[in-house]
Design a protein around this ligand. Structure first.
Ligand SMILES: [Zn+2]
Length: 157
């Protein structure tokens, strides 16, 4: 008798029932573009219009040229995993471990990094340089909704 139940890998849909991360961001006028870009499927980062430098975390002045003309622009939404930690402890009542907290780097600029969650991936399968793309989880917030940017493997099937 074959008992091989090829570990059910069917359902990859993000379900709010098993959201891995529920710490809400503090949305301000300076970072609103970042938290709401997901409504349009865009990972938006401030970019200096004078020199093209991407600025994250958001700042009102470009650290490269001190230009003040910084505007949110959509990135490619792609990234690679630099490093990560697998959290197995239920630090928050709402968090279901294990989940992956990772630092990813965007291809737009060396050093342009985000701390995020990697989803749609078995935490044991994460690796350095893993190519990921942004995906958004909408959460209701007091002032509307926020779209938390998370990343899932590009080659996910
Ligand atoms: Zn600049």
């Amino acid at each position: 008798m074959s008992d091989s139940e090829a570990a059910a890998e069917g359902d990859t849909t993000l379900d709010t029932a098993d959201l891995p991360f529920r710490v809400m961001p503090a949305v301000t006028v300076d970072n609103e573009h970042f938290w709401t870009g997901g409504e349009h499927g865009e990972l938006r980062i401030l970019r200096c219009q004078a020199c093209g430098y991407w600025i994250h975390p958001p700042a009102p002045i470009c650290p490269q040229c001190l230009g003040k003309d910084v505007v949110p622009e959509a990135t490619s939404g792609r990234a690679t995993v630099l490093t990560w930690t697998i959290n197995r402890q239920p630090w928050y009542p709402d968090l279901d471990p294990p989940y992956v907290v990772a630092i990813v780097e965007l291809p737009e600029q060396s050093g342009l990094r985000l701390t995020t969650n990697i989803v749609e991936l078995d935490p044991e399968d994460i690796d350095f340089g893993l190519e990921v793309r942004v995906t958004f989880l909408e959460y209701p917030d007091s002032g509307g909704s926020v779209w938390l940017p998370m990343f899932s493997p590009v080659n996910h099937v």
